[in-house]
Design a protein around this ligand. Structure first.
Ligand code: PLP
Length: 369
């Protein structure tokens, strides 16, 4: 084996996003034990930082071990018991994945579909939840396969107080506004490698008190031992004297998240949302000038993840390979029905910079020629 020498890429795909040097440096700091008082303080700081980015007072807020998909599995498997009705909005890959996870958890899954590129109708979600007495309604805030923003803020007033509201914020947290408490969200999960600009490996999660109570009152244990909130609660409770081994916390990854959150909070959430919005719009205008067509309508279009149809006659694989090898720029191809016609460009976290957009916009004419 030889020493690693990864290339320096401009990460402009759907994730991972670029990581600041101080975050990488934090991950190289000395390892302490995961029950060392020093580390317990790091955990408390990380939970507090996550409460701010999620805009919540939820006690049960922490980084689950695993990527965003672990957050999805944790949220779904804890909230759902076999036979529970789970209504899920499906307008792309990740809504479909949530439906599949809920099915595997034994839920009776009712999908409310929308065409790829559109938001799911709030009214249809609410009407379906009411008609079927849903226990949980699940939606994806930022659908990474289509660049569509789901208007989560409309949901709680439409749903009424009853169903638990579960939100996938993998591609939204730290990039666009999310208000867990104000919007009445009961469970929300994210990933570190998108707008938080931290390497992949952790899934920030938050659960409302009523979600925590619902999990505590389950009639059967959560089917996943690793992701069981009831078992993890004591470990992640702030300042808890009852902290005891459940699994070995990924120390270095949590150091990295600590530094990443420090950078987010130093920038300020609103400034960060504005930076994502400005740079996203700048990129989208430039792509349109080059003949690309936006997938999502302006009112539901994400700034941090742009899905755009490329002009006719472009050799998709060849053009993206040239971007990568000749220009060091990674972007994403289309998924599902968008494969071969759409590119996905991420301007997330430390990558949400005009210079990056300009670099890509200058490279595109050469690679699509
Ligand atoms: N949900 C959404 C919206 C995503 O974009 C992704 C990943 O891109 C996931 C869930 C899964 O996250 P991960 O790939 O970190 O497991």
């Amino acid at each position: 084996m030889h020493r690693l020498e990864p290339p320096h890429r401009y990460l402009m795909g759907p994730g991972p996003s670029p990581v600041e040097g101080s975050v990488l440096a934090a991950q190289a700091k000395p390892i302490v034990g995961h029950l060392d008082p020093y580390f317990l303080k790091v955990m408390d700081d990380v939970s507090a930082g996550l409460r701010t980015v999620f805009q919540t007072a939820n006690q049960m807020t922490f980084p689950a071990s695993g990527t965003g998909s672990a957050g999805m599995e944790m949220a779904v498997h804890n909230l759902v018991e076999p036979g529970d009705v789970f209504v899920v909005g499906v307008n792309g890959v990740f809504g479909g994945r949530m439906a599949e996870v809920a099915k595997r958890a034994g839920a009776e899954v009712i999908a409310v579909d929308a065409p790829w590129g559109e938001a799911v109708s709030t009214d249809r979600l609410a009407e379906t939840a009411r008609r079927h007495h849903a226990k949980v309604v699940g939606v994806v805030h930022a659908e990474t396969s289509t660049g569509v923003r789901q208007p989560i803020e409309e949901l709680r007033p439409a749903l009424g107080p009853e169903p638990l509201l579960l939100v996938d914020a993998v591609t939204s947290l730290g990039g666009i506004e999310i208000q867990v408490d104000e919007w009445g969200i009961d469970a929300c999960y994210s990933g570190t490698q998108k707008c938080l600009s931290v390497p992949p490996g952790l899934a920030p999660v938050t659960f409302s008190d009523r979600a925590v109570h619902a999990v505590a009152r389950r009639s059967e244990p959560v089917r996943s031992w690793y992701l069981d909130l009831n078992l993890l609660a004591a470990y992640w409770k702030d300042g808890s004297a009852a902290r005891a081994y459940h699994h070995t916390a990924p120390i270095s990854a949590i150091y990295g998240l600590h530094e990443g959150l420090r950078l987010v909070l130093a920038e300020g959430l609103e400034s960060r949302w504005r930076r994502h919005s400005d740079t996203g719009r700048f990129l989208q205008d430039g792509l349109e000038r080059l003949g690309f067509e936006m997938v999502a309508p302006a009112e539901h279009r994400l700034p941090q993840l742009t899905a755009a149809r490329f002009p006719d006659g472009v050799d998709d694989a060849k053009a993206r390979a040239s971007l990568l090898h000749d220009h060091q720029i990674e972007i994403g191809g289309g998924l599902g029905p968008f494969a071969g016609s759409v590119w996905r460009v991420g301007m997330m976290g430390a990558g949400a910079k005009r210079e990056h957009a300009i670099r890509l916009l200058q490279a595109i004419p050469a690679v699509i020629r």
